[in-house]
Design a binder for this molecule. Sequence first.
Ligand SMILES: Cc1cc2nc3c(=O)[nH]c(=O)nc-3n(C[C@H](O)[C@H](O)[C@H](O)COP(=O)(O)OP(=O)(O)OC[C@H]3O[C@@H](n4cnc5c(N)ncnc54)[C@H](O)[C@@H]3O)c2cc1C
Length: 131
Amino acid sequence: MVRSREAAAQRRAAMAAAAKASVVVVGGGVAGSLLAKTMQGHADVVLLDPKEYLEIPWAELRSMVEPSFAERSLIYHKDYLTDANIVMSSAVNITEDAVLTAHGQCLPYDYLVIATGHALTSPGSRDERIK
Ligand SMILES: Cc1cc2nc3c(=O)[nH]c(=O)nc-3n(C[C@H](O)[C@H](O)[C@H](O)COP(=O)(O)OP(=O)(O)OC[C@H]3O[C@@H](n4cnc5c(N)ncnc54)[C@H](O)[C@@H]3O)c2cc1C
């Protein structure tokens, strides 16, 4: 009896895992990153951003006069997205069911989040940005 209940619970867990929705988040700024972090584990999350890091914009001015502050306010996406896919590219087209990237990838989605914020001209690598 206990064993069949355990087996049923395992089957339910497996079905829930198999039924995870695909969520593509375009933009790894404050909004997109927080959403991707919150959704990881509950859905198959893909974060699409041309930068390898999240920047806390309101730390920018202090980082300029106190470089060590940049160490804390530029955060690699991989450091907080441990259960999501990170794609380093830009969205160049969006169809009804997929996002196309500048590198030619096609990212299918069930749910799409567009969090592209405002236009910035930041370098793609965290090291360059710290300089
Ligand atoms: C110096 C400064 C100080 C600020 N201070 C404050 C403050 O004190 N309080 C406050 O509330 N707000 C402040 N803001 C505003 C706040 O930072 C923004 O409102 C907030 O960053 C918006 O977040 P977001 O995620 O919507 O967009 P963003 O932070 O702009 O992020 C957008 C992301 O989308 C990515 N992206 C863009 N186009 C594409 C594409 N085609 N494909 C894939 N990815 C793409 C970008 O690379 C970026 O990572 C400040 C802003 C600045 C610049």
